[in-house]
Design a protein around this ligand. Structure first.
Ligand code: PFF
Length: 439
């Protein structure tokens, strides 16, 4: 088993992990899920879950990865030889496949919107026309498939040539640019007429709106947004240098990821309320709101091109991390080369992607099943692996490998051993009972 390359610079490993975390999950998925689940109360639960559940899972994945120096399946085989734990890696492969199938459809929409912005077709549309444009886009299967295939082609080209690092180098400059652009858009959005209603929706909790489904959705979103529960972060953990502080790295990713999601909320909801767009408009939310802001700002044309292009690039870096899971699996499992593995993975993802593009039902099934079921289940077993196989001492040793004392270790271990698995288990149980007997 080949040890993964270590990133020389301190920023390297964190940047690639952040590149995987920050993507459509923050800017497309977070606002629409929050909008469907009652707003601010959902946000609070989301924050709570991110801190007490998702952060310990991320630290666990990084620790397992760095300890083994290998990607998910191989890491479990090395750390628990002869045991069945490597099935976590296999379920990660299934999950990557499910996510990538609908993710690339949305990534295709962002690329199409970039094109529309460039040719000026996003300009001077009124609210109805903006909404119609999204409806046309998402129901026109030829358009969806064409742009999705273009995205998959770009990913395949990058992955087959093994030049992901090159992309990460660009994204280290481009992602802060996206961040700045989002701040500008937030400022414009909160200064629109009626913006305060949107801000109140985002920041003023109404706990009566908090249904079991909403709580479950918050957990799924926390996992989806941080790319955890399927072993991607185990692979990135294997890139982390022993001199780096894992907890601090994990914390910075959580903070960056959260801020981007929050900015997306501040950018979208005031605008939605200002233009009379319902916050529960579903997966089209970002596409039916943002063009309206661009039409109300100076240099809106350039801004719209830049925004959709940078969003497409953010989607690309996340999608590459999913694609890499499939390619490494095919390589290891079937002993084929990188190019062949990439071609097989591309063809398969395009085929299932077409089904997602054609059927909104399959699209939302894949979206829900991956975030709300597969990722929490994966995370459940990943955290169980720590006390059952690694034990307290080895985890502590790994976390303190850089020489820093881990002051919060007891709390962290308590969360990993009891709170995270119990929380996931009871949420599953609660929802199953609720769906069976209450609905
Ligand atoms: N975290 C990504 C996003 O927020 O867009 C989506 C994702 C990428 C989920 C990679 C899971 C994953 F393994």
């Amino acid at each position: 088993m080949k040890q993964q390359d270590k990133f020389s610079s301190k920023l390297g490993a964190i940047a690639v992990a952040a590149g995987s975390a920050v993507g459509l999950g923050n800017i497309w998925r977070f606002p629409y899920i929050l909008g469907e689940n009652g707003g601010a109360a959902f946000l609070l639960i989301y924050i709570l879950f991110t801190i007490i559940i998702a952060l310990p899972v991320l630290i666990s994945e990084f620790s397992i990865g760095r300890m083994a120096g290998l990607s998910a399946t191989a890491a479990f085989k090395k750390l628990a030889p002869g045991k069945k734990w490597y099935f976590i890696g296999l379920s990660g492969v299934l999950c990557a496949f499910v996510i990538i199938s609908f993710y690339n459809v949305v990534a295709g929409w962002t690329l199409y919107y970039t094109y529309l912005a460039i040719v000026g077709d996003l300009q001077s549309l009124n609210e109805q026309e903006v909404t119609q444009l999204y409806q046309q886009t998402s129901s026109d299967t030829t358009t969806c498939i064409f742009w999705m295939v273009l995205i998959v082609g770009a990913i395949a080209y990058i992955v087959a040539r093994g030049v992901q690092d090159g992309i990460e180098k660009y994204s280290k400059v481009l992602m802060p640019l996206l961040f700045l652009l989002m701040i500008v858009l937030c400022v414009r959005s909160v200064t629109l007429d009626n913006a305060s209603e949107g801000l109140a929706f985002l920041l003023n909790p109404d706990f009566s709106k908090l249904t079991p489904t909403a709580i479950f959705a918050a957990l799924g979103q926390a996992f989806f947004s941080l790319s955890i529960g399927m072993g991607v972060m185990i692979t990135y953990g294997s890139y982390i240098n022993k001199a780096q502080n894992i907890q601090r790295s994990a914390m910075s990713i959580v903070v960056i990821d959260f801020i981007v999601a929050l900015l997306a909320g501040i950018m979208i909801f005031p605008c939605a309320f200002s233009f009379g767009i319902s916050p529960d408009s579903g997966p089209g939310l970002v596409f039916v709101t943002l063009p309206n802001i661009f039409n109300k700002m100076t240099a809106g044309h350039i801004m719209s091109i830049a925004f959709f292009l940078l969003l497409a690039i953010a989607a690309l870096t996340s999608s590459i991390s999913l694609f890499e899971v499939l390619v490494s699996f095919a390589k290891a499992q079937y002993g084929i080369g990188r190019r062949k593995a990439t071609i097989i993975a591309s063809v398969l993802t395009v085929c299932v992607g077409i089904i997602c593009a054609v059927s909104p039902t399959v699209f939302s099934l894949f979206d829900n099943v991956s975030a709300n079921i597969l990722l929490p289940l994966g995370a459940f077993f990943i955290v169980l692996f720590i006390p059952i196989v690694l034990g307290r001492k080895r985890l502590r040793k790994e976390l303190e490998a850089n020489g820093d004392k881990c002051k919060t270790f007891s709390l962290l271990y308590f969360l990993i051993k009891f709170i995270v698995p119990l929380a996931i288990f009871s949420l599953f149980l609660y929802c199953i009972v609720n769906w069976l007997f209450v609905n």
